[in-house]
Design a protein around this ligand. Structure first.
Ligand SMILES: [Zn+2]
Length: 454
């Protein structure tokens, strides 16, 4: 894969391939190359998933229908260290100069260890989180560069928007979305945080970004990166309980310092169904979006909340989760869409292919999807479901969020917080101030004076 090539438009800058294209209100870029799929397949928690996803998309002829194919590329060390710790990245990239110190002070860069080599390596693995659910593997260096470089390329697809293009741009990297990775540590099947790197890239053009995380697990890595920021609002909808990974995401945590109220946590119980998720969209996600008025949106679409995921926590249907994802994209902002968890690989492929299908060919077409296409190279894997695209998936279990008014209380708690997001600041940042060319102090005084008289 090349470094630096961002995307190839099939149609040139201004031309459309047919009349239908010119009527479309969106421009969809999908990150794809066969080499990229192979590298993404290496993730130990999801071996081979990327191939299933891209095969299902290809067998529906969707790759050919994307407005643009975003060429995956490798992130440079400089790009990775825009967020991550340099020593951590050096270790992941197999650079030879990474040392371990058994003293606390490594500030002079001349750290030495009296430990034998194998112990040094073990200590470094421990320090950087390369153990348990994040084992080292052959090709790890290329894998992290490819996933991150591709999410950054997707962000650039959005930031390079032509001013005359009034279509909403959407860039999709289903193999990104590694939301648990920390600045200097791997965590929860996530080695580097491509989402944080993508948001930092978007911030070069968009003053404010809203991050929405629909994965079963709390988006802790992204939240931590922006906990002090009032320019990146993070909103995570997740299963929360004592002992449930990663253990964070209590609805009471709402950010720190200047970032207070710009972190929203919707911590939920087991059994979440489609109706409850739609309510969260209506009563939490949309109000937060409307209050914050971000310049761009980043959406993590983890598939582990689906009913047949082996985690067996939530009870979402493929169509139910897809419709919420589509409605968020429909907010109309430039949107970077990434994947995430999802351990029933066939259902993750079904979900992500359906989302792309609805964006490209519309609901009228996807509603007729019935069977897995015969052209799929993996059709034999769908035999247990009779090759059905939409198997009987939802379990007959209670949504525990509906007991004791729990969901009502969660919504109420987030609404109190959303009301504290400063809309004056948000509007000022994004549009009015820029259009009217007045200075910030004047704008603030004007709007606050108006408020006082109301
Ligand atoms: Zn997850």
């Amino acid at each position: 894969m090349p470094r630096g090539v961002i995307w190839k438009s099939k149609y040139g800058d201004n031309n459309c391939s047919n009349n239908m294209m010119s009527n479309k209100r969106r421009q969809i870029g999908y990150a794809y190359s066969p080499e990229y799929t192979k590298l993404a397949d290496l993730l130990p928690s999801n071996i081979g998933r990327a191939s299933l996803v891209d095969d299902l998309i290809r067998s529906h002829d969707l790759i050919a229908q994307c407005d643009d194919i975003i060429s995956p590329c490798f992130a440079s060390k400089d790009q990775l260290t825009a967020y991550h710790d340099s020593k951590f990245i050096s270790y992941l990239l197999n650079e030879e100069d990474v040392t371990y110190s058994d003293s606390e002070d490594e500030s002079d860069g001349s750290a030495h260890s009296s430990l034998p080599n194998e112990d040094v390596d073990r200590r470094l693995q421990e320090r950087f989180g390369l153990e348990f659910d994040c084992p080292e593997f052959d090709g790890l260096d290329k894998y992290i560069q490819a996933i991150s470089g591709t999410t950054i390329a997707c962000a650039r697809y959005l930031t390079s928007r032509n001013a005359n293009n009034d279509k909403q741009q959407v860039a999709i990297n289903w193999h990104g979305g590694r939301h648990h990775a920390r600045k200097d540590k791997c965590s929860g099947f996530c080695y580097v945080n491509d989402i944080v790197l993508g948001i930092l890239e978007l911030r070069k053009r968009f003053e404010t970004v809203m991050y929405i995380d629909l994965d079963l697990h709390h988006g802790d890595g992204v939240e931590t990166a922006f906990a002090y920021s009032n320019k990146v609002l993070t909103l995570s909808v997740h299963r929360y309980d004592r002992g449930f990974f990663p253990g964070s995401g209590n609805s009471k945590f709402c950010g720190k310092g200047r970032g207070q109220n710009y972190t929203i946590n919707v911590g939920l119980r087991a059994g979440l169904n489609d109706t409850s998720l739609r309510r969260i969209l209506r009563d939490v996600i949309r109000p937060a979006f409307e209050r914050f008025q971000p310049g761009a949106v980043v959406l993590q679409c983890g598939a582990d909340g689906l009913a047949r995921d082996p985690t067996k926590e939530w009870n979402l249907s493929i169509r139910g989760l897809s419709s919420v994802i589509l409605d968020i994209i429909d907010f109309g902002k430039p949107t970077l869409v990434v994947g995430g968890g999802g351990y029933n690989h066939l259902d993750a492929a079904r979900l992500w292919c359906l989302v792309l299908g609805e964006l490209l060919v519309g609901k009228e077409v996807t509603e007729k999807w019935d069977m897995i296409p015969e052209g799929s190279n993996f059709i034999h894997k769908y035999v247990d479901d009779g090759y059905a695209y939409f198997p009987d998936e939802v379990r007959r279990i209670d949504d525990l969020n509906l007991k004791d008014d729990f969901l009502d209380r969660v919504v109420e708690c987030t609404n109190v917080q959303i009301a504290k997001i400063d809309p004056v600041l948000a509007y000022y940042r994004e549009s009015i101030f820029l259009k009217q060319n007045i200075n910030a102090q004047t704008f603030y005084t004007l709007t606050h004076t108006t408020n006082m008289h109301q």
